[in-house]
Design a protein around this ligand. Structure first.
Ligand code: MRU
Length: 361
């Protein structure tokens, strides 16, 4: 799949490289992350963002931190890596892919360390081998993300028809993953097959992922994209221009409630009112069966300055007032027509069907 093949995070010549998304759409700047602090910062400031991409970045980030460590024995290396993983995990709370990727890295390391300890090999040379284990696992996570997005593109396209008007919120495209995206993957695939979709991208206040990122990546791929302010979703639906809503997800609870970018739940409620199908794209790495319902998902709160002064030449609200800036909201399972995963499309009842797809090989 050529369209959507831009990669916002990758490993090149022994270096972790990211496309700095805070600079888009005006400047395409790639930079290296060489320390765990730089990785933490890139995730926290949304230079790297989107649930799967955050997981990919954290996995490579743990190797970057390992490479900088000077431990001479396996036990102190393992202890240090556990601490570094906790530190990276504290960069953002909502996207479960972050902790999922870090836990996976720590587990392979623990398995390796257990084996070597049993053999009585725990010295500095084994520490170097242990570092390589982390890099290999990060490559696996990245490659699986690419495959998962490709597969979601195919399953997702089976739900769409040529010429459809599609509304999306935030950015769950190539820029949010290793490649192709989750909910934009079928759009790229359909475009290659001449589907001629007309995509509407919600601007997505306050950080404008829809205007800055979704519109940027679709436009550069030659896809027809129209950006609207968030408060225009109702009118485009009422005008009959939207046949389907597609969005990503940061964490789906076991009952099918899904946290995604703030504003998603409102779009889902509108879609239900207008009889438009609402599809949430959720790789199984984003399904958290340990979280029972949406009420248990931690929601990140960010600085009021993002509302008051970011993007404006002058502050656009008085000084001294309060701001409430949750970065995500939870869409109740009852508004989600279907969940698209890399293993297939899941329909309600989600409490029954999500565990089945997660466990499916
Ligand atoms: O704050 P962001 O930009 O990281 O939020 C991203 C989203 O909400 C995406 O829709 C979600 O992570 C899914 S990405 C495939």
């Amino acid at each position: 799949m050529e369209k959507g093949s831009i990669s916002p995070i990758f490993w090149k010549n022994g270096k972790l490289v990211i496309l700095d998304q805070t600079k888009l759409p005006n400047r395409e700047i790639y930079r290296e992350l060489g320390t765990k602090e730089e990785v933490y910062d890139a995730i926290k400031t949304l230079a790297v963002r989107g649930a799967p991409a955050i997981g990919d970045c954290a996995a490579y980030g743990l190797f970057v931190s390992a490479r900088n460590r000077k431990d001479q024995d396996l036990a102190s290396f393992l202890k240090g890596i556990r601490e570094d993983a906790e530190y990276l995990n504290s960069s953002r709370p909502t996207a479960v892919n972050l902790s999922w990727a870090l836990k996976r890295e720590v587990h392979v390391l623990e398995d390796f360390a257990r084996g070597k300890t049993e053999e009585g090999k725990t010295g500095a040379d084994v520490v170097e081998d242990a570092k390589e284990i982390l890099l290999e696992e990060a490559h696996k996570i990245w490659n699986e993300d690419v495959e998962s997005c490709r597969s979601m593109g195919e399953y997702g396209l089976s739900l769409l028809k040529p010429g459809m008007g599609i509304l999306t919120h935030c950015n769950a495209g190539a820029l949010a993953t290793a490649k192709y995206g989750t909910c934009l993957s079928p759009v790229y695939l359909g475009e290659e097959q001449g589907y001629g979709f007309k995509v509407f991208s919600d601007e997505t206040r306050p950080l404008l992922q829809g205007a800055r990122l979704t519109a940027w990546e679709l436009h550069r791929a030659g896809i027809d994209v129209t950006t609207i302010c968030d408060n225009m979703a109702s009118i485009v639906m009422k005008n009959g221009w939207i046949d389907a809503v597609v969005v990503g997800c940061d964490r789906m609870a076991a009952n099918g409630d899904g946290a995604n970018k703030i504003g998603t739940s409102g779009v889902a409620i509108l879609a239900k009112e207008y009889g438009i199908p609402f599809y949430m794209y959720v790789p199984t790495s984003t399904i958290d069966l340990n979280t029972e319902t949406g009420a248990d998902i931690p929601i990140e709160e960010r600085e009021g300055a993002e509302i008051r002064e970011m993007w404006y030449r002058e502050p656009m609200a008085p000084e001294g007032i309060h701001f409430y800036n949750p970065a995500f909201d939870v869409t109740d399972a009852k508004y989600i027509t279907a969940v698209v995963t890399e293993k297939g499309v899941v329909y309600p009842p989600y409490t029954e069907n999500l565990p089945k797809i997660v466990k499916q090989g």
